[in-house]
Ligand binder design. Structure first.
Ligand code: BG6
Length: 510
């Protein structure tokens, strides 16, 4: 992400480089990384000299790999996936530009030879294409391979930066499965790489609407003066999904909603909302302010967290099976598919303002939003008006699928008597901008090419985030839950409502 505008600087150009995808045959590569590279190719943002190397255990030729990816891309574009209109087709010229850069190595990531082979291959590509020694390694593999793969890269001399060249490593989530393992992984990774070489990716930060929170807050004089405990009553962050665990039962059983979504995606939304203004628009300044949000948060009290697991229910008129009947899920599973919590941030801006967060699978609707509830007016002028006759003032930032913002307030209804109507001013992205199809990974991958780490997590942020949720992770590991406790297609378990009701508040409808 670079600070520029229609009238200011030219966007930067990606330098020559190779990109190596470990896990080239996997789902993440197919569904997100390759479509993002294709979209970059469509918008002419790939480096002029570029080589894409796929590495995976799967034995296949480069043309098999290309065909498989092209087929997926074509079918998802046709269905209107990745932001395209249904019925569209692949831009074959853009695809060919990308396909022409691809090569494939089959190899086992636990075998040193794979990395020696890769090293030779990269040297050869550099000789042919002039890649300046720059390499981006993308770990699109299961969490257990993160540390060992970085070790192997180090041992094969692949992380050494000579002269102006760079070597960067993108690490996917989950970065650790608790505080201790996140610290251990950081230690392992940072024994091979410098922090500046590590790009811990969180794809929520690639979403335009998430990045826009910073623009909303810091590019306008309007909101910042009221963005604090004096004017804000509380904040609700909702990340509701209608999908279940799909084919990821095995992964999800040992992960659960809290680890899968909270210290990463949901906390990123929270940090964007709560951070102090950074002193400069650069990676270190911004990441330091975000880290401060997490270090100012009280550790989560077990009574301020609620977990849930979906039972059978109905979504969009279709019956859906309970979590315990999903493939690769244990019939007596106590893994949570929903979590809600109340968090407090202990600083001057936010003291006393609760942040309520909830995320879950198989909920009523797909909806990610940040809702900010402002305090009521003192009512002095409207003494005769019942307090509950006035609507509440909310600023709703819609992240997905709706993208925009809505400010809700009271207006006088036309007529001789003084009555109020709850009205709204709305901004929709679509009304103002023609958006290119995007998975959210485009910006992030491009940022790796140009070395802008603003939208990536730093070790201190992640560790501070884990510290906040760790007491609840521990508590839930010791105590079984009585599941299922919410129906698929609902807004989650009743206890989630109670979390707010005990403070005289209520969730907005999903
Ligand atoms: C992933 C989680 O990181 O984010 C998934 O592992 C979740 O469980 C997904 O469904 C949500 O991302 P998005 O972009 O679809 O909202």
């Amino acid at each position: 992400m670079t600070a520029s505008s229609a009238t200011s600087k030219q966007p930067p150009v990606a330098p020559p480089c190779a990109m190596v995808i470990f896990g080239a045959g996997g789902d993440l590569t197919k569904r997100l990384v390759m479509p993002a590279l294709y979209n970059l190719s469509c918008s002419g943002l790939l480096p002029k000299s570029f080589a894409l190397v796929g590495v995976d255990l799967v034995q296949q030729s480069v043309s098999d790999w290309q065909q498989h990816l092209h087929d997926f891309l074509a079918s998802s574009i046709k269905k209107g996936g990745e932001g395209s209109e249904p019925g569209e087709t692949v831009d074959e010229a853009a695809w060919s530009r990308l396909a022409g850069t691809m090569s494939y190595l089959s190899g086992d990531l636990s075998n040193e030879q794979t990395f020696e082979q890769l090293s030779d291959h990269l040297s050869e590509l550099d000789r042919q294409k002039g890649l300046g020694g720059n390499v981006l390694f993308y770990l699109a593999v299961a969490e257990r391979f993160f540390g060992p793969t970085v070790d192997h890269l180090g041992r094969a001399g692949l992380t050494v930066e000579e002269g102006e060249s760079w070597r960067r490593v993108v690490i996917e989530k989950p970065f650790g499965h608790d505080l201790a393992s996140a610290i251990a992984l950081d230690k392992q990774v940072l024994s091979v790489l410098r922090e500046e070489q590590v790009y811990r990716i969180d794809h929520f930060l690639g979403k335009e609407t998430v990045q826009n929170i910073m623009a909303l807050r810091f590019a306008n004089g309007l909101f910042e003066p009221i963005w604090n405990r004096d004017r804000i009553d509380h904040v609700q962050i909702t990340v509701a999904e209608t999908v279940g665990v799909e084919r990821r039962g095995k992964f999800y059983e040992s992960t659960g909603a809290l680890r899968d979504m909270v210290p990463n995606h949901v906390f990123q939304l929270l940090a964007m909302t709560a951070m102090e203004p950074p002193s400069a628009f650069d990676a270190d300044a911004i990441r330091a302010k975000k880290a401060e949000v997490f270090t100012s948060m009280h550790a989560l009290e077990p009574e301020d967290a609620v977990r849930g697991q979906y039972g059978a229910g109905t979504i969009k008129g279709e019956p859906v099976a309970p979590y315990r009947e999903e493939p690769d899920v244990s019939r007596g599973s106590v893994t949570e598919t929903f979590v809600a919590m109340r968090l407090m941030i202990d600083n001057w801006r936010w003291a006393g303002v609760p942040f309520y967060l909830r995320t879950g699978k198989r909920m009523t609707k797909r909806k990610t939003e940040i809702a900010i509830r402002f305090k009521q007016a003192p009512f002095a002028m409207f003494r005769d008006t019942r307090v509950d006759a006035l609507g509440e003032n909310w600023l709703i930032i819609s992240i997905q699928p709706e993208e925009g913002m809505k400010l809700q307030f009271n207006a006088k209804r036309p007529g001789p008597t003084l009555t109020f109507e709850h009205v709204a001013m709305s901004f929709n992205y679509d009304d103002w901008f023609k958006q290119a199809p995007a998975t959210g990974y485009e910006t992030l991958i491009f940022d790796c090419f140009i070395g802008d780490a603003t939208l990536f997590q730093r070790a201190d942020q992640l560790e501070a985030a884990w510290k906040v949720v760790q007491p609840v992770v521990d508590r839930w590991a010791r105590h079984d839950a009585s599941f299922p406790n919410y129906a698929a297609g609902s807004a989650g378990p009743e206890e989630s409502n109670e979390l707010l009701e005990r403070e005289g508040r209520a969730w907005l409808p999903i």
